[in-house]
Design a protein around this ligand. Structure first.
Ligand code: KG4
Ligand code: ZN
Length: 398
């Protein structure tokens, strides 16, 4: 077995937890430096838009169709793709876990014609996410691992989002680890999660607070639907709110700031979404101006909640580093409000925010998390992987 704790590694990273099929080849030559040798991402969002949300079986099918072409693409970019003259035999046990006959045929053909690339490991998101989608990536990774004799490691999707805030883009295709100090407080905000986690030492987590109901991205997507905006709605609500902000006008709607009086670091967004629904019901047909004002007030409520809860969580945990990650971290209002909070009230705390290219689901974050784990000798033992839809990064309370 290839040692899994060395600093120099070249890996293939796979992310299929939701509606993005993402692949990357990464190399770490010195600790804390991550070189992207290949990167490919196919977003299925437009395919799911007609369902108003991610449809798990469609996601699975799309991943099955896209994994082989995207893997070929990233291996080519990385200079690791060589076609084999002789067709090698791929034994059934290598691909049988892929289940679907078309998927099996496509992976079998790929493996039969592709020479083993010089990779030290394959890493794949094993949870949390949609189980049919996760299983597709996991079983694909295991088939390649078996065929090529390369170890396969499962990586947590939310850890990937957290690591995204730990790195800075330092070149065209290079990311470098920021100087981080423990304890690290992470605010993870995505379509399925809204939580504060604390990392006391490398990859050792406790939970500081989380949403009691909807995730913030889910609330954005639901409010978008109420405002007749397309899926995924977060960026559309954000754009409307920004437009309103630019006018300088105060929103002519008032929404609650849930859980502000609550002393915990927990959140609740379902009441806020319902308040939007009732506001619309009471108001009747919305004009474009109304929609803009409502989006603005919704975003202001979300920002107020995050600023207040972050202040509390930073004080409570005495964190020395604060990281934000997840799809919703693309939101500029949240980003700038948190930056202001940190610079005014916590000037000594290191603040890490992901590059915009790393906010949404991607394979780079999964690869970087694995390389960082390898450096800290914290990769899990390779073996049979299980996709866990509701896996939690920090099962124990701080
Ligand atoms: O992390 P992510 O790509 O997927 C999950 O792991 O869930 O997050 C997707 C979520 C969606 O709910 C999307 O609407 C939201 O992130 N999102 C935003 C913005 N960009 C994406 N929410 C608010 N403002 C944005 N600019
Ligand atoms: Zn995500």
């Amino acid at each position: 077995m290839i040692p899994y704790f060395r600093d120099y590694m070249k890996i293939l990273a796979i992310e299929t937890s939701c509606d993005e099929t993402a692949l990357a080849v990464l190399e770490s030559t010195t600790p804390g430096t991550f070189i992207v040798l290949g990167e490919a991402l196919y977003s299925q969002a437009a395919r799911h838009a007609e369902y108003g949300g991610v449809y798990p079986n469609l996601a699975k099918r799309e991943h099955q169709e896209n994994l082989v072409p995207l893997t070929t693409e990233v291996l080519k970019q990385a200079g690791l793709f060589t076609t084999s003259q002789e067709k090698s035999t791929v034994v059934d046990s290598t691909v049988s876990a892929l289940r679907d006959p078309l998927f099996i045929a496509s992976v079998q053909a790929f493996l039969a014609h592709t020479k083993k690339p010089a990779l030290d490991a394959i890493v794949v998101t094993s949870g949390p996410g949609l189980e049919p989608a996760l299983w597709t990536g996991v079983s694909f990774a295991e088939a390649l691992g078996k065929a090529w004799g390369v170890p396969v490691y499962g990586i947590d999707h939310m850890e990937g989002h957290l690591v995204s805030g730990m790195v800075e883009k330092s070149g065209d295709a290079t990311y470098t680890l920021r100087t981080v100090q423990f304890p690290i407080l992470g605010l993870l905000i995505s379509g399925g999660h809204t939580e504060f986690v604390l990392m006391d030492s490398w990859f050792s987590y406790t939970l500081v607070g989380k949403t009691k109901d909807d995730a913030v991205g889910e609330a954005y997507d639901k409010v978008a639907r109420l405002l007749d905006l397309p899926y995924p709605g977060g960026p559309h609500v954000d754009a409307l709110a920004q437009k309103a902000e630019a006018t300088g006008a105060t929103p002519h709607f008032a929404l609650p700031r849930p859980m502000l009086a609550d002393p915990s670091s927990d959140f609740s967004f379902s009441g806020l979404k319902t308040a939007v629904l009732y506001t619309i019901k009471k108001h009747g047909t919305l004009s474009d101006d109304d929609r803009m004002h409502l989006a603005h007030e919704f975003q202001r409520a979300v920002v107020d909640v995050f600023v207040s809860k972050t202040r509390r969580a930073l004080t409570h945990t005495n964190a020395q580093t604060f990281l934000v990650g997840g799809g919703v971290s693309a939101n500029t209002a949240i980003r700038s409000a948190l930056a202001t909070l940190l610079s005014h009230e916590f000037p000594d705390v290191v603040f890490g925010y992901p590059a915009l290219t790393l906010t949404g689901d991607n394979a780079l974050m999964i690869g970087m998390s694995a390389l960082l784990r390898a450096h800290h000798k914290k990769l899990p033992t390779p073996g049979k992987l299980t996709a866990r839809g509701s896996q939690t990064l920090a099962p124990h309370l701080h």
